[in-house]
Design a protein around this ligand. Structure first.
Ligand SMILES: *Cc1c(COP(=O)(O)O)cnc(C)c1O
Length: 422
């Protein structure tokens, strides 16, 4: 299937005339449509809530759109909780799915009345001492082993640092209910970018069974089963993004089979999707500024791995459209590279693309989740701006590009170069 940018060259040129490349561009209409599709897919469960994983796209303007679509948020740090607060999320609208949590993080999350997702049995006393035990709490499960669906291995929970074993989670629930906790949720994130549509239903079956067991053996109340994130998107043109309506219907089948049968028809299902919700609806827009011809053909662009590190970090494929040449033959082979003094700073390696001329605008697809947010400042490279393309075709800058003074903000220059402090 051909991957098409959500924006055309005329609109891009209009944006670029106000805001120079590189920048991340987000598509309001696409984000809203996907949030609606997720909510529709689970509308059979009256208490369903998608807690958008803030780390995927931590911009308050994006979080505000999602709030308007009825989503909550999933946070794991104080600044993420602050973002949630700034946008107006409170209490049950916030999951705090942290791990290796600091005392002040638990205290902050408890003050906001966020739902605590406890990563380990040893955190019971720690949370009791720092913030206090809540009336309802979520427990994070790690089933161990490999996660196999048919012949496909989708993940290795036994290598993951998260969650508790089955016996620990039952023991934690027993201890917590003795200490006054009234109701429990269970949570697991067992795969990442799972484009296999059976991932979510499989995770649901595992968690529904655990919840039923907790209810039956300990007599505890269950308020939520949180399927967390991990539903994938099609980064490659030949891949397919799972149909969320189908996924929701398959989760419903497991809900009927396990939870309704166990006498738990009122449990709320929750998700913490990040990538699925915003991933395809953001792109990195960059300009070709250099070409070099050595052992390979290189196109140097004005963005680098600081703006999108998934290719450098995971060797991840991100589709590239050369704007104005969408239907041109892909008769050149390029490495499309950024400016870091690191040879893994390559947005594309040996990629067939149309002939690229200097000044061409390149759209790097599927950067809307774990894109800007993973950025860093290696080599003193400054992070790009973020622009939101509104549903009506207008656009606004929702985060300015970094300036040198942002890079220097944590230094005290008074001894070295007072003139930089101006
Ligand atoms: C990262 C993360 C998510 C979101 O993952 P996606 O792959 O973006 O869906 C959800 N929940 C938790 C606890 C996470 O760490």
């Amino acid at each position: 299937m051909q991957k098409k940018p959500f924006v055309n060259l005329d609109k891009l040129n209009e944006i670029i005339s106000e805001y120079p490349t590189p920048f991340h561009l987000y598509d309001e209409a696409g984000i809203r449509a996907t949030a609606k599709a997720v909510n529709n897919a689970f509308s059979w469960n009256p208490g369903f809530r998608e807690y958008f994983a803030v780390k995927a796209c931590p911009n308050p303007y994006i979080l505000k759109l999602l709030k308007e679509e009825g989503c909550g948020v999933d946070c794991a740090s104080i600044p993420e909780l602050m973002l949630a607060h700034a946008v107006g999320f409170e209490g049950d609208e916030i999951m705090f799915s942290s791990n290796e949590t600091k005392a002040e993080e638990y205290e902050f999350a408890r003050k906001m009345n966020a739902i605590i997702n406890l990563d380990d049995i040893t955190h019971i006393d720690f949370l009791a001492a720092h913030g206090g035990l809540p009336e309802k709490i979520c427990l994070r499960f790690n089933p161990g082993g490999d996660l196999n669906i048919g012949e496909t291995c989708m993940g290795h929970p036994d290598e993951a640092k998260y969650g508790m074993t089955r016996s620990q989670i039952l023991e934690a629930a027993r201890i917590l209910s003795q200490r006054g906790v009234k109701s429990f949720g269970v949570h697991a994130l067992l795969a990442s970018n799972a484009t296999e549509r059976h991932y979510y239903p499989e995770n649901a079956a595992i968690l529904f069974s655990l919840a039923a067991e907790m209810h039956q053996t300990l007599g505890v109340d269950i308020f939520m089963v949180n399927l967390s994130g991990g539903v994938g998107i099609a980064y490659l043109p030949e891949e397919e993004t799972p149909d969320i309506a189908q996924v929701g219907a398959d989760v419903q089948t497991e809900f009927q089979r396990i939870l309704v049968a166990a006498g738990l028809p009122n449990v709320h299902v929750a998700s913490e999707l990040g990538r699925y919700v915003t991933g395809p609806h953001g792109c990195l827009v960059t300009t070709a500024i250099h070409e070099k011809h050595i052992y390979r053909e290189y196109i140097g662009v004005d963005a680098c791995a600081v703006d999108l590190m998934r290719p450098a970090m995971y060797g991840a494929y991100h589709h590239i459209s050369v704007m104005g040449k969408l239907d041109a033959p892909k008769d050149h082979i390029y490495d499309v590279v950024g400016s870091l003094c690191e040879n893994n700073d390559k947005f594309a390696v040996q990629r067939p693309l149309p002939k690229i001329d200097m000044g061409d605008v390149l759209v790097i697809h599927d950067a809307g989740a774990h894109g800007y947010s993973m950025g860093y400042n290696y080599n003193g490279k400054l992070k790009s701006a973020e622009i939101l393309l509104h549903s009506d075709g207008s656009f606004s800058m929702i985060r300015r590009a970094e300036k040198p003074r942002d890079y220097f903000a944590t230094l005290d220059f008074s001894e070295f170069a007072p003139e930089l402090l101006s």
